[in-house]
Design a protein around this ligand. Structure first.
Ligand code: C5P
Length: 238
């Protein structure tokens, strides 16, 4: 289990990110998530500047293309020094294995290979949509378990999943298979558009490896205080 909750930097400009980070002590090394919204505006430079400031970066771009393209794209992302990144499991075992090769080839000398995880079924996909649009005839849970197993077979470290899926996934994978879970809300905070949420303590209890938290920190009046409280709860501290 990683002791730092990952903060989702769901902003669209470097200025907003810089402004947000001034609310934390300069010495506090954070683990942040950069997604498509920010990356497609600010490009690789945003990752480089976060790394230069001492933060860890999960680059959430969910790659999904032919294996050769994904391998070369991952080689480039690894050169940025990202700590974790991801692909869609629907791209297939060959594509996932190619992604891992790309990360291994591109990582800076002396750095560990970035953690590579897969998206199984998007949590925005319902079972009915999956069955009717993807023509997958099993249950959503079975599809998620199957994709997680494929990710493990391809040599990936784990998956992004709902905290409610962790138990089912761990039944099919090794105990140390990474489950990174968004949809986390401290007790009493606004749920927003998330439908099925868990508290940091609940996520820790069911075996999440990493939690991703966005608005409860980014929209808080005092983001550092909100982050510290979530971190304490996640680590089981009083
Ligand atoms: O603000 P909030 O805590 O809901 O943000 C959660 C973050 O995790 C967002 O960046 C969101 O896109 C991401 N995410 C999610 N559910 C998934 C996958 C990613 O909420 N299944």
């Amino acid at each position: 289990m990683s002791n730092r909750p990952i903060i989702a930097l769901d902003f669209s400009s470097k200025e907003e990110v810089t402004d947000f980070l001034t609310k934390f002590p300069a010495t506090e090394a954070l683990y942040v998530k950069v997604g498509m919204e920010l990356f497609y505006q600010e490009g690789p430079e945003i990752v480089k500047s976060l790394k230069a400031a001492g933060h860890s970066v999960f680059l959430d771009l969910k790659l999904h293309d032919i294996p050769n393209t994904v391998e070369h794209a991952m080689k480039g992302l690894a050169k940025l020094g990202v700590d974790m990144t991801n692909v869609h499991a629907a791209g297939g075992i060959q594509m996932m294995a190619a992604a891992k090769r790309g990360l291994e080839a591109g990582k800076p000398t002396g750095n560990p290979t970035p953690v590579l995880i897969a998206v199984t079924q998007l949590t925005s996909t319902s079972e009915a949509e999956m069955q009717q649009e993807q023509l997958i005839k099993v249950s959503l849970e079975e599809s998620v378990q199957h994709y997680a197993k494929c990710a493990e077979t391809a040599g990936l470290d784990g998956v992004v999943c709902s905290a409610l899926e962790v138990e089912a996934i761990k039944k099919k994978t090794s105990a140390d298979f990474v489950c990174l879970t968004p949809g986390i809300r401290p007790a009493g905070s606004a749920v927003g558009d998330q439908k099925r949420v868990m508290t940091p303590a609940q996520a820790a209890a069911i075996g999440s490896t990493y939690i991703v938290v966005g608005r409860p920190i980014t929209q808080a009046e005092d983001p550092y205080q909100a982050y510290s409280a979530i971190k304490k709860e996640w680590n089981g501290e009083k």
